[in-house]
Design a protein around this ligand. Structure first.
Ligand code: ATP
Ligand code: MG
Ligand code: MG
Length: 557
């Protein structure tokens, strides 16, 4: 286990522990709203919250912030649980729901009314917004602000008992309409929403607001350090107000850190949902998506994502992280761990004229060239092979380290061959290369090579008879500009910057036969090509691979 690098939040915790705060306990939570799939930004929050709990011997809750019944779905709840576990974390006890606390929250709201700290406002939503003012205009009090405690209690009960219509009344905290901090200008605590809730059904027609629910859920669960992103900084005084003025017994504290932004993609559930709903991608787990499930399908490992989050660090300075950094994390991981295989993506037949028809050799290749302990694999070799079209030229200068007519290359793990001729179709396109092989070159260099042409390099290949047909999906950036939210002209949205070439499907690829039956999510290095992973669309007769990342950083192209 490597020690997590320190950051300003860990320093706060160290100080709290040194001062004996919270009885020496560290309790964090990860609080997603189940209104979409988790993305790489959430992974940062997950790694932070669960990572802190792990290293301080504390615990971390998974809590669904489910105060918005209209946008939430069970599918999202299931996917979030799966993604957190896949990343390698387990929450403490059962997963929790803010809606578990609706009864308690209602009572705490009644308590605020009784203290004269909350009132039912009958202004319309647009009037409330207008009265609230903005950064330059002070707010002004609602005419309903001075309702009596009794009247407020009666009206709040009527709200709860479905006696009022949506938009007719809200419950507001009574704080300060003149506050320079707009979130203290009598924020709304409850609104009427006549929607069935995925957890509480039709029990409620009023729902608490996030800013009221969150501090109370934290307090009820005994959270000590409530970590959220910087946009909640202005809400912190209200967070503290709620904890202080309700009869909860613990005092959670909120700390803010910078969101993770990645270039060439988006970390906003709302926008990612739009990509899914409008068919720009094939679902939330499309391998081009920055969702955890998309990255998983693309071939990312949990540890590569954790390594990435750790190297990004935790700070209070907003920044945009280069996608290349995420790719480097998976490349390093797969370079170390992925077994090797040969896959020909753009097949061109290579016939060995001096190889007997029907003869088959079984060549032995390492599973991982830098790790002997991984053992070997068997690669059948026959008279007819396929090589990549890109690996052959009739003529080329000396920089071309592949097969050229008249010259030689080594077939990876096999023999040295020399191209002798080409066969063309009616259109004049080369459909076959003829060659001869030198039987004395397995694992050693040719001895007498005079007049045999230049020895150029090593290429990969598969046996034409034995290889498995497969499909390979190549991916490029989802957006063609670094920041899809910027550089927008009149009438454009982030959708205008979608990269039309983010997916290329190669239907006629061939992979070595040892991969038969490979399970979804098995990852390989296809030698000379990059890292690939078996897709869930694979069938018994046809494997489908997703390109995870290239062998080397290749952006911009
Ligand atoms: P989105 O805008 O994508 O919907 P959100 O913040 O509304 O994000 P939540 O479901 O509320 O999504 O997020 C759960 C937790 O993950 C929160 O604590 C939130 O601060 C954190 N989080 C969300 N996005 C990021 C991000 N890009 N970087 C770091 N943490 C994030
Ligand atoms: Mg949120
Ligand atoms: Mg959101």
């Amino acid at each position: 286990e490597t020690k997590a690098p320190s950051n300003f939040i860990r320093q706060i915790i160290d100080r709290d522990l040194a001062e004996g705060k919270n009885d020496g306990k560290v309790v964090t939570r990860f609080p997603p709203e189940p209104n979409g799939y988790l993305h790489i930004g959430h992974a940062k929050s997950i790694c932070l919250n669960f990572g802190i709990a792990e290293s301080y011997g504390g615990s971390c809750n998974l809590r669904f912030d489910d105060t918005n019944p209209e946008k939430e779905e069970d599918e999202y709840i299931q996917s979030i649980k799966q993604d957190v576990q896949w990343l390698g974390y387990q929450w403490s006890g059962q997963e929790r729901f803010a809606s578990n606390y609706f009864d308690q929250l209602y009572d705490l709201a009644v308590g605020l009314i009784q203290k004269g700290l909350a009132y039912v406002d009958s202004l319309s939503p647009s009037e409330i917004a207008e009265y609230r003012g903005n950064f330059t205009t002070p707010g002004k009090p609602s005419p309903y602000r001075e309702r009596s405690v009794e009247e407020n209690l009666t009206l709040f009960e009527q709200m709860r008992n479905n006696k009022l219509e949506e938009g007719e009344a809200v419950l507001r905290a009574k704080i300060d309409m003149q506050s320079p901090n707009i979130s203290l200008r009598d924020p709304i605590l409850y609104r009427i929403r006549k929607k069935t809730h995925h957890q509480t059904g039709d029990k409620w027609v009023i729902y608490p607001m996030y800013d009221f629910t969150h501090p109370l859920s934290d307090a009820i669960e005994g959270i000590t350090h409530s970590l959220c992103t910087l946009e909640f900084e202005d809400h912190r005084p209200f967070y503290d107000w709620v904890v202080e003025n309700t009869s909860v017994t613990t005092t959670p504290r909120q700390y803010e850190f910078a969101r993770l932004n990645l270039n060439y993609t988006l970390t906003s559930k709302r926008k990612l949902k739009q990509l899914v709903d409008e068919g720009y991608v094939n679902g939330w787990n499309d391998p081009r998506m920055p969702t955890i499930s998309g990255l998983r399908r693309r071939g990312y490992t949990p540890s590569s994502i954790r390594t990435f989050c750790e190297s990004v660090g935790v700070s209070r300075a907003d920044s945009v992280v280069d996608m290349a950094m995420l790719e480097a994390a998976i490349r390093d991981d797969l370079n170390q761990h992925a077994p090797r295989a040969m896959c020909v993506m753009n097949p061109l037949k290579l016939v060995i004229e001096n190889w007997d028809e029907g003869k088959e050799d079984v060549l032995v290749a390492p599973v991982h060239p830098q790790n002997e302990a991984r053992g070997t694999r068997q690669v059948p070799m026959t008279r007819e092979l396929y090589i990549d079209r890109e690996d052959f030229r009739e003529e080329a200068n000396k920089k071309f380290k592949r097969l050229v007519l008249g010259d030689r290359v080594r077939l990876r793990y096999g023999y040295v061959v020399r191209a002798t001729d080409v066969v063309r179709d009616d259109q004049g396109e080369i459909v076959e290369v003829r060659c001869t092989y030198d039987p004395d070159t397995l694992g050693k260099n040719p001895e007498n090579a005079e007049g045999q042409g230049k020895m150029r390099g090593v290429i990969h290949w598969v046996s034409a008879d034995k290889a498995l047909p497969c499909e390979v999906r190549l991916y490029d950036r989802l957006f063609s500009v670094a920041n899809p939210n910027k550089e927008l002209e009149e009438g454009q949205t982030f959708l205008s910057h979608i990269n039309p070439d983010s997916l290329t499907v190669l239907e006629n690829c061939l992979v070595e036969p040892g991969l038969r039956g490979a399970l979804a999510e098995t990852r390989y290095q296809f030698e000379r090509e990059g890292y690939f992973c078996v897709d869930q669309d694979s069938t018994e007769n046809r494997l489908v691979f997703n390109q995870t990342v290239g062998l080397r950083e290749s952006w911009p192209k």
